[in-house]
Design a protein around this ligand. Structure first.
Ligand code: MN
Ligand code: MN
Length: 477
């Protein structure tokens, strides 16, 4: 900005440039070569996002790549560990002794969705439905009147594992939760609060509508009551060998059907389900594979159950992380005593790789324009999360942050240090506080999203690219 035309104008302009912080759009800084690399990464990510829609699918996708690249389960030098098919860790031993700490990136691979209830199937008024129970923080109205797919696993008594994906391939049917027509919705929905207009018990999936023929039954004279339900069960039995009682042994998830898409006339954005937090899972995995000779031992973790508060034995609150570090310590001939463990942890630097909210100008009243993340302005560093008076937050120490940002500056990583929303508007948490409790330095890092926790979350290709670059630099140093 030019202050005046004569007498010191130049100097003031220089001062402004030196002293005033201004966030810049990544695309204004990239050279052509980087733009090409960014586009390649975006296309790879689109494919991943379209294919992988559950934590099990994510673990399978990554482990098949690890095996191809000669990583072995539970091997020391280049190893990985899968726990309960829903948690994955992979590591590579670095040049420096473990007592100088690890470099850890941890993301989560679960996402909000609708789970089938234990006894989901019922017939009413010539329609067959599956009852659902939502998982994680959804806005229920997002899930009606749209094509949905079924992804999941059923384990039969005796141990047979049946994998099911319906609604993704050309020619396959999809499912849907019906919404009420506006003509009749005036009172029952229109006069209610948004959060009450559609209730959890109404999120029933339309599953079938053709009755079974009596001719196909042994006793033709006997009247079957629920003919549509029976026909649905017949199809499930013929295709997957399932009976109605097998639903109780199913982890069957309802997710948005169809592929992820580029969004915007300039194709700036990527739209798709589950980007919180599979965008971070994808880029941290890619960065991990590409840093082949790390200085410090690298460990990349993919957690489950983050969206419901990190409960259960595949979550960040489980002890599985300790087991992995003990394994590495023992392999490197360091006795895994509590004291040695804390020594290693106290030198460890970690990134909690998770998304944050991008400023949506349509809802500017909840954002702090000065502090929140801007789409396209680079990887976002959330120094703290939490709500109210920073409750439940892990706040990264500035000594650690200064180290990270200095290294990113050197390597041309474009970043923004941000908060999420105005004070007292709400808030959120990540897994960082659980890992911080071990004594390591950890900070939340990831791209901003629009429409977070919706079936069609939006990321910016520029932020995807800078998150990837940022993770790669972190794993190297
Ligand atoms: Mn998340
Ligand atoms: Mn989330």
């Amino acid at each position: 900005m030019r202050f005046c035309k004569e007498g010191g104008g130049e100097m003031i302009e220089k001062l402004g440039k030196n002293l005033i912080y201004k966030s810049e759009h990544v695309f204004e800084k990239l050279v052509d070569e980087e733009k090409k690399e960014l586009e390649k990464l975006a296309q790879e990510y689109l494919k991943f996002l379209s294919e992988v829609k559950t934590e099990r699918e994510c673990v399978e996708f990554f482990t098949s790549i690890l095996k191809n690249q000669n990583f072995n389960e539970k091997q020391l030098e280049k190893g990985f560990l899968v726990y309960k098919n829903k948690f994955l860790a992979c590591w590579r031993i670095g040049e420096k002794p473990l007592t100088e700490g690890l470099r850890i990136i941890v993301s989560h691979i679960d996402a909000p969705r609708l789970d089938l209830k234990l006894h989901p199937l019922f017939e009413d008024t010539n329609l067959a439905f599956l009852k659902t129970h939502y998982y994680g923080g959804i806005k229920k109205y997002h899930w009606v009147a749209k094509p949905l797919a079924l992804h999941g696993t059923v384990v039969k008594k005796g141990g047979e594992v049946i994998k099911i994906v319906i609604g993704e391939k050309e020619g396959e049917p999809v499912f849907t939760v019906c919404d009420l027509l506006p003509h009749l919705a005036k009172k029952i929905q229109g006069e209610k609060k948004l959060t009450e207009a559609i209730t959890g018990e109404k999120l029933n999936l339309l599953f079938g509508g053709i009755p079974i023929k009596n001719a196909s039954l042994e006793n033709e004279n006997k009247e079957i009551k629920e003919k549509i339900k029976l026909n649905v069960l017949k199809i499930l039995n013929e295709t997957y060998g399932l009976k109605e009682e097998d639903f109780v042994l199913g982890e069957l998830y309802i997710v948005p059907a169809g592929p992820a898409k580029e969004v915007g006339i300039d194709k700036a954005f990527i739209g798709g389900y589950g980007q919180d937090d599979r965008i971070c899972a994808f880029v941290s995995f890619k960065a991990f594979l590409e840093v082949e000779d790390p200085k410090h031992t690298t460990l990349v973790l993919f957690m489950d159950r983050e969206e419901i508060g990190s409960e259960g034995n595949t979550s960040a609150k489980s002890r599985i992380f300790e087991k992995i570090v003990y394994f590495i310590m023992k392999g490197l001939k360091i006795s895994p005593t509590p004291d040695n463990f804390f020594e290693v942890m106290s030198k460890t630097k970690a990134i909690s790789a998770d998304v944050t909210a991008g400023i949506d100008p349509n809802y500017i009243e909840v954002h702090d324009k000065l502090n929140d993340a801007k789409m396209g302005c680079g990887v976002a560093v959330s120094r703290y999360t939490g709500h109210g008076g920073k409750y439940m937050a892990n706040e990264a120490h500035v000594e650690f942050l200064a180290w990270l940002l200095e290294n990113w500056d050197k390597e041309g990583v474009i970043y923004q240090v941000v908060s999420m929303g105005k004070v007292d508007e709400g808030g959120g948490g990540t897994v960082s506080k659980y890992f911080a409790s071990y004594g390591m330095d950890i900070v939340d890092v990831g791209p901003p999203l629009l429409s977070m926790h919706s079936p069609f979350e939006i990321s910016h290709k520029a932020d995807l690219y800078m998150t990837y670059k940022g993770f790669k630099v972190f794993l190297k140093i």
